[in-house]
Design a protein around this ligand. Structure first.
Ligand SMILES: *Cc1c(COP(=O)(O)O)cnc(C)c1O
Length: 394
């Protein structure tokens, strides 16, 4: 019953890339300005000020022409030396990515394995720091996108601060702009984001902020770096310039998004995401799916196992795409075929979540799963009625 192309729509519900608002698409479509101009300098200055607002920091922010992984690599190469010891919180695919990058750059990795679907217990970090007193960095995700879990960053930061002189490095690619993560108030040393998640842009940009401690570490850090050497950026930033040719169009798009964040206010942005997340969780629960996050479910995405943990997620995802042009993310590793991940970070609203829940009901029904049509939508709708949108009040 696939729609004719005349009526076909593409609906992305993957936790990156996420949909891009019309207003941002319009900004992206403009002729790119030359980057060695006063016009570009004004743009970059404004974007970095607004990033400071989003990060809740007085520290310098940098915009890099790379997907988020580029900023993860930059964080390590700028602030560490070969053989430095780092503790990595590994609760999913992105925790693994920290370990892979760190090992490739000859850092000594002390892994804290965290069962998938759980947040790290800050006491585990305390124990690891006691066991490895020479630790120079603690690497973590704020939201582990492969499992839909939000690690307790504020508590972890406190433990790192109180028990070591290590840099606390946070991959916040699916958390910044979704939930509170005040860099300065929580004492975070490096915070990273990426364009194609909560920032509502196409892929291709990442942002990174460094505390004074991180910049001090950079002065003696010996890992090789060139393109991502943030000292080149610091020099260029004296004139509100970037060291290399920047992704001008994406930065123009980011300018629009950040201005909207400022206008609405961070608390409303966070409340909006928390509300969509709660409605989605209630919806999938009402359909008999099992929430994957046993503790700390993230406001950025909902990961869920199929009813009875059946290995039908591949079929669900394929049918959603074929019939309704919907893209969900699948589970990874042991959860391949068993898990779906529904994004609600970035450019999504109430009806988007009802749409994806409704489509989910339809394909489950088609696959012979005994769901009651409308149950997921009803559960989510009831919550939407009960909890007023912060965007209406704003
Ligand atoms: C998306 C994502 C990244 C970055 O991946 P890229 O493919 O390089 O954009 C890193 N960490 C987390 C937690 C993510 O969700």
């Amino acid at each position: 019953m696939k729609s004719h192309p005349l009526f076909e729509k593409t609906r992305i519900f993957a936790p990156g890339p996420t949909p891009v608002p019309e207003e941002v698409l319009a900004a992206l479509a403009r002729s790119p300005m030359h980057h060695r101009t006063a016009e570009f300098s004004a743009l970059l200055k404004r974007v970095r000020e607004n990033l400071g607002f989003l990060y809740q920091t007085q520290q310098p922010t940098y915009v890099l022409s790379a997907s988020g992984t580029g900023a993860m690599e930059a964080a390590l190469t700028n602030c560490f030396s070969p053989g430095d010891e780092v503790v990595v919180i590994n609760g999913g695919k992105f925790g693994e990515r920290w370990m892979n990058i760190a090992r490739k750059y000859a850092l000594t990795v002390h892994e804290i394995p965290v069962q998938w679907g759980h947040g790290v217990d800050p006491q585990q970090i305390k124990a690891a720091l006691a066991q490895h007193p020479r630790t120079r960095g603690v690497l973590i995700q704020a939201c582990e996108t492969s499992t839909g879990v939000l690690h307790p960053i504020e508590e972890c930061a406190r433990v790192v601060r109180e028990n070591s002189g290590a840099l606390f490095v946070v991959d916040a690619i699916t958390a910044l702009g979704v939930c509170p993560l005040p860099m300065d108030a929580w004492g975070l040393d490096i915070v990273i984001s990426g364009s194609q998640k909560a920032l509502m842009l196409p892929p291709g940009l990442s942002t990174i902020a460094l505390s004074q401690r991180a910049r001090d570490a950079r002065d003696t850090a010996k890992l090789p770096r060139y393109y991502f050497d943030l000292k080149f950026e610091d020099k260029a930033l004296l004139h509100d310039q970037s060291a290399w040719t920047p992704a001008v169009s994406l930065i123009a798009g980011l300018d629009v998004v950040l201005a909207r964040f400022r206008e609405l206010g961070l608390q409303s942005v966070y409340d909006h995401h928390a509300r969509l997340a709660e409605a989605t969780r209630r919806g999938v629960h009402a359909l008999g799916l099992e929430l994957f996050a046993k503790t700390h479910p993230a406001p950025s995405l909902t990961a869920a196992l199929m009813p009875g943990r059946a290995a039908i997620a591949d079929k669900v995802i394929a049918l959603l795409r074929q019939r309704y042009g919907i893209t969900l993310a699948e589970g990874q590793d042991a959860y391949q075929g068993k898990m779906i991940r529904i994004a609600h970070l970035g450019y999504f609203d109430d009806l988007d979540m009802l749409t994806v829940l409704s489509a989910l009901e339809l394909v489950l029904k088609l696959l012979g799963v005994p769901v009651q049509l409308g149950a997921g939508v009803a559960a989510a709708s009831s919550y939407f009625v009960e909890k007023e949108s912060p965007c209406l009040k704003a």
